[in-house]
Design a protein around this ligand. Structure first.
Ligand SMILES: NC(=O)c1ccc[n+]([C@@H]2O[C@H](COP(=O)([O-])OP(=O)(O)OC[C@H]3O[C@@H](n4cnc5c(N)ncnc54)[C@H](OP(=O)(O)O)[C@@H]3O)[C@@H](O)[C@H]2O)c1
Length: 329
């Protein structure tokens, strides 16, 4: 089944898929998203509830276990999707260093298998990847063609997953994103709010810079790319793109933005002591610079991601206003 043919066969010329599938009463296109409670899958499921163009279906354990390649084809086929969003991953960057076999199974082998199945079904795959494919030594934002050189197991397994997917199907988009936050799951923004409930000061690393990115902005970007892929077979729409919040921040800058917003909404805030990476050793090395240049995604897919401060404010507001205790989110 091909979502492209499904849409394209019914109308010639430029296609407004939302009009065709929503307002004309046609069945929505089925978008499966790997994972269950992850940040990006949760944001996409929430987005799905607000519209009727895509039927957004989370697909995770136990039906789909990415560590078990044998489960992948059966689980995907049973959903009869028009498009696959490969959002699930082994994302525990430090644990990956000592759990390499699992990280590689989920991040490297599974994307190749997803690509193989998508190729048989003749449907596109949008795969999430990471800024950690870079070593962080570049002095400016990374473009899609910059040389990769991951510093740890997580980044290496994600890079090899990109390659496995690309080797299995041309009909793919790899979206490298960074520093993801949301009201869902575990992330830096929620950790900061939680810690600030108990402490007046905290130390935050100030010499790693990146692009904080809201899972809701990723969801919007994924949907825009999905529409384009289902609309056209053009090869320029396919390949690797960077999707990240606009504007750079260190972790300390990000924390400051979170506390500023939280204070405004009546939530917890704390003083920040800006420290260096050497003062906060972690199992896995992180790139000092993982800023991503998103110009290609804007020019080819028309996706403009908002600045990280305004998106972070919305997420903070939601955490603080609707769920005073971030643990409850
Ligand atoms: N988080 C970041 O800061 C960040 C930064 C750059 C790139 N990315 C990439 O962006 C994508 C989305 O990240 P995220 O923040 O949404 O991740 P997340 O919140 O950590 O969620 C990970 C998801 O992967 C699923 N998963 C893990 N192992 C699985 C397995 N064996 N079988 C099936 N599902 C499995 C989890 O399933 P359950 O729901 O069952 O737990 C969960 O839904 C990932 O590809 C990640 O590499 C993330």
């Amino acid at each position: 089944m091909s979502g492209f043919e499904d849409i394209a066969s019914s109308r010639s010329g430029p296609i407004d898929a939302s009009r065709q599938h929503g307002q004309l009463g046609r069945k929505p296109l089925r978008m499966i998203v790997t994972g269950r409670a992850g940040q990006v899958v949760s944001a996409l499921v929430e987005w799905g509830r607000r519209q009727d163009l895509f039927d957004v279906v989370p697909l995770g354990r136990p039906e789909l276990d990415l560590a078990d390649p044998g489960s992948i084809e059966v689980a995907i086929r049973s959903c009869q999707p028009h498009i696959i969003v490969s959002a699930a991953a082994y994302t525990a960057v430090d644990s990956a260093e000592t759990d390499e076999a699992n990280a590689r199974a989920v991040n490297q082998i599974a994307p190749g298998e997803i690509g193989r199945v998508a190729s048989i079904l003749d449907i596109p795959v949008i795969h999430l990847s990471t800024d950690y494919v870079f070593d962080g030594t570049k002095g400016s934002p990374y473009g899609e063609t910059d040389p990769t050189n991951p510093l740890g197991v997580y980044g290496r397994s994600k890079l090899e997953g990109e390659q496995a997917l690309a080797g299995a199907t041309d009909n793919h988009v790899i979206l490298r994103t960074a520093w993801v936050y949301s009201p869902f799951g575990r992330n830096f923004l929620k950790t900061m709010l939680k810690v600030a409930e108990a402490r007046e000061r905290l130390s935050v690393v100030d010499d790693q810079v990146g692009n904080p990115t809201s899972a809701f902005d990723i969801a919007e970007g994924v949907v825009a790319v999905a529409k384009n892929l289902l609309h056209s077979r053009a090869s320029e729409l396919r390949g690797t793109f960077h999707l990240a919040g606009q504007g750079a921040a260190s972790w300390a800058d990000f924390a400051a933005g979170i506390f500023e917003a939280s204070h405004r909404f009546g939530g917890p805030s704390a003083q920040i002591d800006r420290i260096s990476t050497v003062d906060y050793p972690t199992v896995a090395k992180r790139p000092a610079n993982s800023r991503l240049d998103t110009a290609k995604l804007a020019s080819i897919h028309g996706v403009q991601i908002p600045d990280w401060q305004s998106s972070a404010q919305q997420v903070v507001s939601r955490c603080v206003t609707h769920h005073p205790n971030p643990d409850m989110v």
